[in-house]
Write a protein that binds this ligand. Structure first.
Ligand code: ADP
Length: 425
């Protein structure tokens, strides 16, 4: 007999021998109650899973196969009745028995639990002796009924309460949102202030650097020393001033106060210039950048300095997130009334669910512990400002920027393509 068929048959036999265990989901925050139910049901052939809060419970109920749900009505994050109403509205659980487990034995609580869709009502503490039988009966199809009239009345009150709860939650969220906005604005003010404050000593340092780099010494050895020191000094000053500039640019962009000084711009020139600026580092890292013919693109009215900064950030990222020896391609796509430039790399790629977030200020995918300060090394550091700055600049030109990538994969390097669309009119 064919191996595959034999395998299938033995799997079928196994399945026949071992009936699938009945799966019970218990949504309960109280550890003692969890343990008790676990212990009481452990002698029966159930596969019990436990969720300690409402949201986890909903996720587990939606993701797993479940034959019966035991629902604590008083959960800290959500009301068990609301969860029941939600689950019963889903085809997956329309017929799953949901049993309320509650310490509130009042008739009103029972009616309300049954009205929203619970199939049974058990009071806590559970009766150890009868609990397994109760569960078995509900699994067998037993249903605690509520008279239709009572159900209507109870549902009316429940809906009223639900709307009241929702209103309260919306108010809570609004307040939390206002608080966050205030904090966010305080953080932005602080970042801007610190950047301005850092500029002052930087100007002083820059003055000394100028003095030092223009010093002429008689002794050639001393002259070489001073030239080398001032070159290192200059490099540090440029890097620091770039960081400060990035932070100030992003604060301006997020405050929508970026002012453009427009003139006729040939994109071919801006992009070639940016690529030339990083030539040394791409040679060092053995990365090739192929810029396809952009000379036929129409001249556009734009702020050349700002656009170059946007391209510098995008191309810089293509280099940073591509391992040594990789390749980058820059090519145009023309469509009526707009022009689009694609920056394609063969690097790490961007996870599908992060493709919007990476354009948010200070958002970085890399672990901060591995942060390095180089702008061009593989995975070289950044403040998570490059893309928001590029986005702000492009949007200020009424353009659009987005990324397409199959996802992030450090081994297979699926790459990413960043598209920049600019209006030509
Ligand atoms: P950073 O200064 O950290 O590079 P950016 O705002 O420029 O910040 O980018 C945000 C995040 O987007 C980066 O931390 C990186 O994870 C991801 N990213 C940007 N460009 C690329 C790219 N070409 N390939 C893969 N990931 C990228």
């Amino acid at each position: 007999m064919n191996d595959v068929i034999q395998n299938e048959l033995s799997l079928l036999n196994e399945a026949e021998e071992k009936p699938r265990q009945t799966k019970i989901l218990y949504i309960e925050d109280n550890l003692a109650n969890q343990k008790l139910v676990e212990r009481v049901l452990s002698r029966h052939n159930y596969d019990l899973s436990i969720a300690s809060d409402g949201v986890t419970g909903i996720n587990m109920a939606m993701e797993q196969e479940v034959d019966l749900i035991l629902m604590d009505i008083n959960l800290p994050d959500m009301d068990g009745k609301d969860i029941t109403a939600f689950l019963k509205s889903k085809p997956k659980h329309a017929k799953t028995p949901i049993i309320a487990l509650t310490a509130d034995a009042s008739a009103a609580n029972r009616d309300r639990s049954l009205a929203v869709g619970c199939d049974g009502f058990i009071t806590k503490p559970i009766d150890i002796a009868s609990f397994p039988n109760q569960v078995a009966e509900y699994l067998g199809g037993q249903k605690d009924e509520l008279a239709l009239e009572d159900q209507k009345e109870t549902l009316k009150t429940y809906v009223g309460e639900l709307v009241g709860n929702l209103e309260a939650k919306v108010k809570e969220l609004e307040m939390a949102n206002q608080k966050l906005k205030k904090l966010d604005s305080a953080k932005s003010d602080f970042i801007q202030l610190v950047s301005h404050e850092l500029r002052t000593p930087l100007t002083i340092l820059n003055g000394y650097y100028m003095l030092m780099s223009n010093m002429k010494l008689l002794d050639p050895d001393e002259q070489k020393k001073i030239t080398d020191i001032s070159a290192g000094f200059g490099k540090g000053i440029t890097r620091l001033s770039d960081v400060i500039q990035d932070v100030l640019s992003v604060s301006k962009i997020t405050a929508s106060s970026l002012s453009l000084s427009k003139g006729p711009i040939r994109l071919a020139d801006s992009i070639t210039q940016v690529v030339r600026g990083i030539e040394k580092s791409i040679i060092q890292r053995n990365i090739s950048i192929a810029v396809e013919d952009l000379t036929h693109l129409p001249i556009i009215q734009a702020d050349g300095k700002q656009l170059s900064l946007a391209f510098k950030n995008i191309i810089g990222n293509s280099v940073k997130y591509t391992p040594d020896g990789g390749s980058i391609r820059i090519y145009p796509l023309t469509m009526k009334g707009t022009l689009t430039i694609a920056f394609q790399d063969r690097g790490l790629g961007v996870p599908l669910n992060e493709q919007h977030a990476i354009f948010e200020p200070f958002y970085r995918l890399e672990n901060i512990d591995n942060h390095s300060t180089s702008k061009t090394q593989f995975l070289g550091g950044g403040l998570g400002l490059g893309l928001p700055i590029a986005k702000g600049i492009i949007e200020a030109h009424n353009g659009r920027i987005w990324v397409e990538s199959p996802g992030r994969d450090e081994n297979n390097l699926p790459g990413s393509t960043f598209f920049v669309l600019l209006p030509t009119g």
